[in-house]
Design a protein around this ligand. Sequence first.
Ligand code: NAD
Ligand code: SER
Length: 315
Amino acid sequence: MGESGNRRILITGALGQIGMELLDALQTKFGAENVIASDIRESEDVDNSGFRYEKLDVLDSERMESIIRDNNINEVYHLAALLSATGEKNPQLCWTINMDGLMNVLELARKYKFRIFAPSSIAVFGADVGKIAKQDSPLNPATMYGITKVAGELMADYYHSAHGVDIRGLRYPGLISWKVMPGGGTTDYAVEIFYKAVASENYSCFVNRQTRLPMMYMDDAIKATLQLMDAPSESLSVRGGYNLPSLNFTAEELYHKIREKIPGFECEFVPDHRQEYADSWPDETDGTLAKQEWGFNLEYDLDSMCDVMIQSLSK
Ligand code: NAD
Ligand code: SER
């Protein structure tokens, strides 16, 4: 299938923070009938009136194969994973879900020749990277989640070069969105703070006020995903994960920006174990290659992101 051919899409981990937004975008672009959402939750527990849904544990390779084969799937967005904070609570499970799940998708792609989008993360970087992470900065992660993302990038390179699998990936920064709560990451504070501010409640932020991490509004992340999957294969020099340009603000700067818009909002800073993971990540990512190779630019800055978050959550 070419980049612009008829897409028949499967999303794994579709009920999560990114999945529900990507599902909307893919339905709009390719037609709801061409997109199947899957996740580990039972169908009866999911309100899937607006989309096709299949229960799929990504560790169940046989079921994954039957969904892919029976629906003639030619593109998989593989989002099922455990994120950094949840992963650190159970590192073995994090390795199993993130790596065996990916391996199942890759092996089936070899057999059925479908294309794959598999996200990486800023968590591939470690404390040795400095303030700005470049595309080719060293990858020495401090979390099991980061280790799985580095290994996932290497697997993507390997399956592309050894078996011709068309797999693409992005190193998403912390994603800020309002439709679905984030699922156990270190950057979740940058979403939770909005929920509290809009509910006129105080927020106790679990990283310190100086914490500065690469961030992005969800619409930009979805745009990047679609743009990457539309890019001609021969224009891509990276398979495992492109750095993206990111917003860069401290937790305190975010608090002050929200307070400009919601006067009286109070936030205290009480770091917990997640501070350590945050401290191991860069302040910002250099997304020059994504701009050069497939033309990606950010649309949202801190101010416009805060406006849309507050307006949307206030509805
Ligand atoms: P999320 O936690 O919100 O969603 C993950 C989904 O995977 C959940 O709905 C969960 O039920 C499902 N899942 C877990 N185990 C499963 C299994 N065994 N089989 C099937 N489904 C299973 O995560 P997200 O934020 O939507 O992240 C999606 C992807 O993007 C992940 O690979 C994550 O590492 C990556 N990413 C996310 C961010 C971010 O800020 N959200 C940043 C960088 C990378
Ligand atoms: N937002 C993710 C996390 O904090 C980064 O991959 O785990």
